[in-house]
Design a protein around this ligand. Sequence first.
Ligand code: ADP
Ligand code: MG
Length: 816
Amino acid sequence: MALNVGPLRKVFELEREKGYADTAVIGGLDKFLRRWAAQAVASITTPRFLADFKKLHLDDARYASLNQEQRKKLIADIFAFLESTKEEKTVEKPLPGKRVTPPRRRTVAAPQATGQSLDLPVTTLHGVSTAMAAKFKKLGVETIRDLLYFFPHRHLDYSRTNYISELTEGEEQTITANVWQAQVTMLGGRRGTEAIVGDETGNVRAVWFNNPYIAKSLPTNARVVLSGRVRLFGGRYVFESPEWELLEDKELVHTGRLVPLYSLTQGLKPRQVRKLMKQVVDRFAGQVADFLPPSLRERCKLVELPQAIFQAHYPEDEAAKNNARVRLAFDELFLLQLGVLGRKHEWQESQPGNPVSVEKPMLESFIKSLPFELTPAQQKVLKELLADLEKPVAMSRLLQGEVGSGKTVVATAALLAAAASGYQGAFMAPTEILAEQHFSSVSEVLSRTASKVEEEDNLRRFSGLLSRPLTLALLIGDLSQASKQAIQQLIRDGDIDIIIGTHALIQKEVDFHKLGLVVVDEQHRFGVAQRSALRQKGFNPHVLVMTATPIPRTLALTLYGDLDLSVIDELPPGRQTIKTRWLKQAQRASAYAFLKKQVAEGRQAFIICPLVEESEAIQARAAVAEYERLSRDVFPDLKLGLIHGRLSAAEKDKVMHRFRAGELDILVSTPVVEVGIDVPNATVMLVESADRFGLSQLHQFRGRVGRGSQQSYCMLLAENPSEIGRARLDLIEKIQDGFQLAEEDLKLRGPGEFFGTRQSGLPDLRMARLSDVKLLELARAEAIRLFEQDPGLKKAEHRLLSAELARVWQPGGELT
Ligand code: ADP
Ligand code: MG
């Protein structure tokens, strides 16, 4: 018998689950049963089974007219029949593929054996050519399992069928009709297809522009299903390029149901992919092993994995689709959570931390020397940090604080505490400009309590604060090889206490003598992989990651479940709301005039050049051109400076220095100033092509002004923003609060993209959404519970889970 009974079983199980309501199959079970009977009769070869099968009388099924008891009996009989045939090899027909796969011996319920076929390349499927596989590969799909997890981004609801007489304009609807005539015809000057179809209530025309081939596929008198919208044309309805499908002896794929829409590019055709997907889920979804322990699955009321995968593609109805999504989103969040918990456990248990003994009087005199008082939020966070540092377990903390909330000074205090206790501290910034700024501002605050005894380009020594001199160094990529090596040597020897730099700091050649604390600034993408690399330096330093990208608490806990969370939730007193306006091209001249007026009042301004391309060279060129244009044509009387990624560190430093000292009125810049730059006298931020930046990036730009006591302004130039660009501009005009903006940003982008989970070495989130707060909490609670019972996932019932975890957690070591 060559019947594919997997999907059949599922239908009958579903019907049983739903209380024999004749709802397992769209359109009722009868048609389905008759169809199945015809196939079965043709394929059952054993006479005994054939006789048994005929007793079921399915070729003339009247399920709809049976009462519940009778239905129950019939389904039970069918199951009994399927059971009895198990003795015969119920082997599924292998899909004919281009490559002949060696026949595999299958023992019936052996998940390992069947599971293996999920890892076969997509080319083993019937109809998948090498060319098509190459296209799939670009979408990240290589194996059959990848295909199963290649979910549609939405579904079209073609499930409601209408009679032709019931059609109305505008809505998506489906009809089943006879083809009276289909022919190639000229439509809008090009060859297309026109068909007339009819049912018992009337006739309707359907046209497909630009597609003469369909005519051949619609023979007269064929039964066809059309799904789509109709338009009124010359007083009559016309289907315009509807989805179509012949009503043959098979389940509907493109019409008459919830039809999946896949986000495709790479030249893959939607119909082709949909058909392939149907084949794949029918045949393989049932082979996916459910890795969740059954007790957990039941407690959380989640549907089984094969069912979820099936329904995520070809859902029965909205409810089934939703249940499927919930299950799959739970999986993502749960595995993520298990992974981060595992890492935290590894770090904290495998190596002891380095307790810092905090020198309170020294810190107090440092804090007293500051030109301002710490805000209560800064004080609270500093206390949390110091408490962590004193513990013999390595700190893993995320510090969130709105742009301008004063994170740097808090981090500086923590670095000082570590230095006073004999440890080295590293302060990492995302860009060289920012590293340089930190170097000069930390030097500046230190020189308020200590006296500078030595000053070289990249080195400062202070005395009077610690019992020995305190040494601060700057290490960035474009230092000369000699000075880099000199500093690296000093770091190795333990002659540098606080080392400030870019990510060059965690590259291999930097060997710390006694690294006690690492501060990572402005890096919500500082991934798990990077953090673990720090710990492999033979030491287990305390780690503080700082970000101005506020992450909703639950999400932060989920994505950074290995980090504790501190928040600076207030700005220093006296800060103002920054007036933010989105301007059109026509308002450019008045924007420039306004900027001139501000400069005349002694203020300074930033102009951010458009984001041309990822290439630094191209960006630099565009910035140079813009700088020249502005200097010559727009602001001939003002002093302009230019900064871009192609300048050497010394050149950048010089420009920043002049801007900070007030020698320049306007700083023209590529988007490199995005984070962290602090010039209190600057009051105008003008961003070109503002619609091309993300919300948090725009918020960061805006955060460069409003740092002093003067009213500040953010002007966003955007001519023809896309829909999403417009949405972002509207939001940033209205909302000042970074947290609220981040929430909105998440809604626009979805968590996966928001966090750049790929870059951070975290598994992808495809099904999980920001609004899934309850599910997030559930996943976290379950992960903690499981982790407490069986941290190594060693128990037999967790074997599948452990394998799944290993499969999704493959954080790359992307450290350069
Ligand atoms: P961010 O949190 O965005 O990194 P910074 O640390 O750069 O912010 O601080 C922004 C500005 O606020 C700096 O000029 C800093 O000196 C100043 N600042 C920090 N804390 C306070 C405070 N408590 N009162 C007044 N100004 C402060
Ligand atoms: Mg900062």
